[in-house]
Design a protein. Structure first.
Length: 123
């Protein structure tokens, strides 16, 4: 997977087995470890709580897949140091866009209602 791509399509699975694809920003630690964030009450977070089984593929901003799907496992991050590291990676990658997103999230109080998800692949 291209770790320099701007978006990935994050595929999680409902209890019924139905796949749900969501285009998201992501930042990579290495080719096998990636972070993304979401509203804590979003469907993808609920699905990750139910099952860590997931897939990812590079995509455009509309979610149209641009590459192969890769199996991965998704985990909700609870460690504050790891969360801070994930946000630092996202800010480094998305720069002013991430800072503007954070600014308005702080203004609205939604920044405290976020969840950070770690994706692990290649294992």
């Amino acid at each position: 997977m291209d770790i320099n791509a701007k978006y990935i399509s994050f595929r999680t699975f409902r209890r019924s087995g139905t796949a749900v694809d969501t285009p998201v920003w992501f930042a990579s630690v290495d080719p096998d470890t990636h972070y993304l964030f979401s509203a804590a009450n979003a469907g993808k977070v609920k699905r990750v709580k139910n099952s860590s089984t997931a897939q990812m593929a590079t995509c455009d901003m509309k979610g149209t897949s641009l590459g192969q799907w890769h199996d991965c496992h998704a985990y909700l991050v609870s460690d504050s140091a790891e969360i801070a590291s994930a946000y630092a990676l996202l800010t480094r990658k998305y720069g002013w866009q991430m800072r503007v997103t954070d600014f308005f999230s702080r203004l609205s109080g939604r920044i405290k209602q976020r969840a950070v998800i770690r994706l692990e692949s290649g294992k």
